[in-house]
Design a protein around this ligand. Structure first.
Ligand SMILES: Nc1ncnc2c1ncn2[C@@H]1O[C@H](COP(=O)(O)OP(=O)(O)O)[C@@H](O)[C@H]1O
Ligand SMILES: [Mg+2]
Length: 214
């Protein structure tokens, strides 16, 4: 297992990326999997490998703002599929697929320290060949989400042992301010029901990714 900070991408996946990009033009790679499986970590590792050839555009940028979650009465299950602006995310993917040669497209990012999205934080330049987009709900087959798969050129599912994933997720919640019991309760009541729905989409991914490259 590579170090948590700088995990390496195994050779078969590197080769797959090169093949994906070989045709030229804009390509969009999706990374999917349940909460805490390591999607954001993988996206960062891919950026380390690809440098200026790629940019990461997270689905998490489409979290509804906390004020809107309060209005809707959904704050207690933030992270569920109906706590995102799925139509906005689909519209962004469409713009990235048909990006004019002289135009920057701006994407939102999610700031975990404040638990809020920030609009227009990520510039996507027209000449960047690969857009990496990662999130929980790339393979859902209903609502606006069902359009996502058709806008992506390839989708990788991060396949990690359940108990390792849950353990890392609890630790991440604690790192960002929850007590251990609060973190465990949030994972049990909110993250895990979402995880079950996401795991049900696994068979539709093009690639099952694991750090060992097997
Ligand atoms: N390969 C790995 N080895 C060790 N720790 C990891 C690995 N992948 C992810 N993590 C850790 O697990 C937690 C969840 O990973 P993250 O990338 O945030 O997941 P996701 O984006 O899928 O919710 C983070 O704290 C991250 O540092
Ligand atoms: Mg993430």
């Amino acid at each position: 297992m590579p170090s948590a900070n700088k995990p390496m991408i195994a050779e078969p996946y590197r080769a797959r990326l090169e093949a994906l990009m070989a045709g030229g033009g804009r390509k969009i790679l999706g990374i999917v999997g349940p909460p805490g499986c390591g999607k954001s970590t993988l996206a960062e590792a891919l950026l380390d490998f690809l440098g200026e050839r790629a940019v990461a555009v997270p689905m998490d940028g489409y979290h509804l703002a906390n004020v809107e979650l309060a209005r809707l009465g959904r704050a207690s299950r933030k992270g569920a599929e109906d706590t995102f602006d799925s139509a906005g995310y689909v519209a962004l993917l469409r713009r990235l697929k048909t990006q004019p040669a002289n135009e920057i497209v701006y994407a939102p990012e999610f700031r975990r320290e404040i638990e809020e999205p920030i609009a227009n934080a990520i510039p996507v330049f027209p000449e960047t060949p690969l857009v990496i987009t990662e999130g929980n709900y790339l393979l859902l087959d209903h609502g606006h989400w069902e359009q996502v798969e058709g806008l992506l050129d390839e989708i990788w599912y991060v396949d990690v042992d359940h108990s390792i994933r849950r353990d890392r997720l609890v630790k991440r919640h604690v790192r960002f301010g929850r007590s251990l019991p609060e973190a465990q309760a949030w994972v049990a009541s909110t993250d895990e029901p979402n995880a079950v729905r996401i795991e049900a989409t696994k068979s539709r991914a093009d690639v099952l990714f694991n750090w060992e490259g097997e």
